[in-house]
Design a protein around this ligand. Structure first.
Ligand SMILES: Nc1ncnc2c1ncn2[C@@H]1O[C@H](COP(=O)(O)OP(=O)(O)OP(=O)(O)O)[C@@H](O)[C@H]1O
Ligand SMILES: [Mg+2]
Length: 340
């Protein structure tokens, strides 16, 4: 039986194959021929076409805010990505461990399940992403001790308090790195009267975005003047970038406060000694650990590999199912698959 672990994220999809390790790490994107609907490319090569395609090609990002938004595209993307890394058929079915947002609804999970199970040959187990990220980062949360993990992805921010091997409290925000990119693009449009591509804006924020003003160095972005329709280089002050993304960043801080407020005091007190673990690509925004630390007084640090923690954790579960059975058994009913 082919066995795989998947982190199907809004921006990136990672696949671990049992016995082989991480074999797929590409953008969650698929390009179609507009006329024939044939798939032209998936992954990074499809994402590179975003904003640069002729009218005959359509590029789709099948997920948004952490869940499937285009079912047909998600299904095709998964089928093609999985076929690149393993062989499976009715006689040799596929076993899948998949990471999902911690507060996903039953209907949203069903879409993941159906997209994977479309050939009726997948056995599926879902793991809440903060749990997977903790396992993948070697964080021990099997003790009766609170462990707080925040996963800032492209589409969602998942905040979870773990203890005794399970999520004891969680909150989620449909805001992540994509929302910051959108806020920055809107600033350029409204204040500077220039248009910028999503990929350019995202790249700029990786370098110049800040959750807290730690650097005052300006940055230059390539954009198109809205009036003249011509390409221009625009210099943006560090203070302007900071102000442009301040609001979505402040929502993450507010959600963290709400989570800390909602848990029993003993669990919250454990975080004083343990600190907060940050994971997900969006958590790499400069100054985010410093801001969260300033706002809560709690130590904040990144896990070892924020972009891979979820798939590493799902992979560890897959490699050692008996040791991690307690994790699968502790998952909420909404994400227990019928296919098991
Ligand atoms: N160095 C960086 N600084 C700021 N942002 C970054 C950096 N590196 C990656 N990112 C952002 O991280 C995002 C990808 O993170 P990640 O792979 O964790 O998201 P995802 O798992 O696909 O999304 P989700 O979990 O929300 O479904 C990208 O949108 C990218 O803009
Ligand atoms: Mg993610």
């Amino acid at each position: 039986m082919a066995e795989i672990a998947i982190d199907l994220g809004t921006a990136n999809t990672l696949i671990h194959v049992k016995g082989k390790g991480l074999v797929f790490n590409e953008a969650t994107a698929i390009a179609f021929d507009e006329k024939t609907n044939a798939v032209i490319a998936i992954g990074d090569s499809a994402a590179e076409m975003i904003g640069r395609t002729p009218p005959s090609i359509r590029v789709v990002r099948p997920l948004s805010t952490g869940v499937i938004s285009d079912f047909a595209a998600a299904r095709l993307f998964l089928q093609q990505a999985i076929r690149q890394v393993v062989r499976y058929n009715r006689l040799s079915p596929l076993r899948v461990i998949i990471g999902v947002p911690s507060r996903i609804s039953g209907a949203e999970f069903k879409a993941f399940e159906d997209a994977l199970d479309s050939t009726k040959i997948a056995k599926i187990n879902a793991v809440q992403e903060p749990v997977a990220a903790a396992i993948g980062s070697g964080i021990n949360f099997s003790q009766p001790k609170g462990c707080l993990i925040i996963d800032v992805g492209a589409g969602t921010t998942d905040l979870a308090m773990l203890s005794l091997g399970r999520v004891v409290a969680s909150r989620s925000l449909r805001i992540g790195a994509d929302a910051l990119t959108e806020a920055f693009s809107n600033f350029l449009k409204n204040e500077r009267r220039v248009n910028v591509g999503d990929r350019t804006a995202e790249q700029f924020l990786r370098e110049h975005g800040q959750a807290m003003l730690l650097s005052h160095a300006p940055g230059v972005v390539q954009a198109v003047d809205m009036k003249l329709g011509l390409p221009v280089e625009v210099t943006i002050e560090a203070e302007e970038v900071f102000a442009a993304i301040k609001e979505p960043v402040s929502l993450i801080v507010a959600e963290l406060r709400r989570l800390l407020d909602s848990v029993p005091p003993d669990l919250a007190a454990d975080v004083l000694s343990e600190g907060i673990h940050l994971t997900g690509g969006g958590s790499l925004l400069k100054g985010l650990p410093e801001l969260l630390q300033e706002q809560t007084g709690l130590l904040c640090r990144h896990v070892e590999d924020p972009l891979k923690a979820v798939v590493l954790g799902c992979g560890q579960i897959l490699e050692n199912l008996s040791a991690f059975r307690f994790v699968l058994e502790a998952m909420p009913d909404e994400i227990r698959s019928d296919a098991n």
